[in-house]
Design a protein around this ligand. Sequence first.
Ligand code: NI
Length: 252
Amino acid sequence: MLFDTHAHYDDAAFDTDRDALLEALPASGVGLVIDPGCDVKSSERALMLAAQWPHVYAAVGIHPEELGGMAEGDLERIEALCTQDKCVAIGEIGLDYYWDDTRKEEQKALFIRQIELALQKELPVIVHDREAHGDCLDIVRRYRELRGVFHCYSGSAEMAEELLRRGWYLGFDGPVTYKNARKTLEVLAVCPLDRLLIETDSPYLSPVPQRGKRNDSRNLSYIVERIAEIKGCSSQEVEAAALKNGRRLFKI
Ligand code: NI
């Protein structure tokens, strides 16, 4: 069974066929999905999808890109949502200096407040780290008890080793299938099978040979095949390990 630990089915890209697509996933081998929220509204939609579909779970949180659109009381609403049924993590949260590097301190403060919420509620976190590796590592280092995944991991192998030592999981997505994936290959070399998660980040980041098209969880098999090829094991081993890891981290 494939477990897509990161897919945004609440996204408008799925408005025309969301129900049909989600209904078809188990028969196509995808038996579990986590839909992470990016703001209050998408977190609410993720929880609604989780309530509707037995194989869908949700995470709630405010993505660093949504910082500018935040309203008074949003964090309190995330706090109320995270205790709802089938909410398995706080996410996606983190730092994104690619998108905007002018409000770093505000991004960090938002990240820290949500990490502290996760610790208080004993939930793992789903971290978005884009071109902010040093600051992300610096922040998560302060919280020894904190667990979670660096989603679509894009840092160095050296940083990966430190995160793994600290008990973190690493998420791998469509980019493992891209030609310029050299750094990801180095990371996969240091990441043991029992610490990786497989994700699509649908509707984004479609793997080869679907690159450029809307992504969905059925494309997870291309990511699994490529990881298996790199690690020198079978696709079944990668699939089984990722399922076990996802169940362990998110307590599903
Ligand atoms: Ni995402």
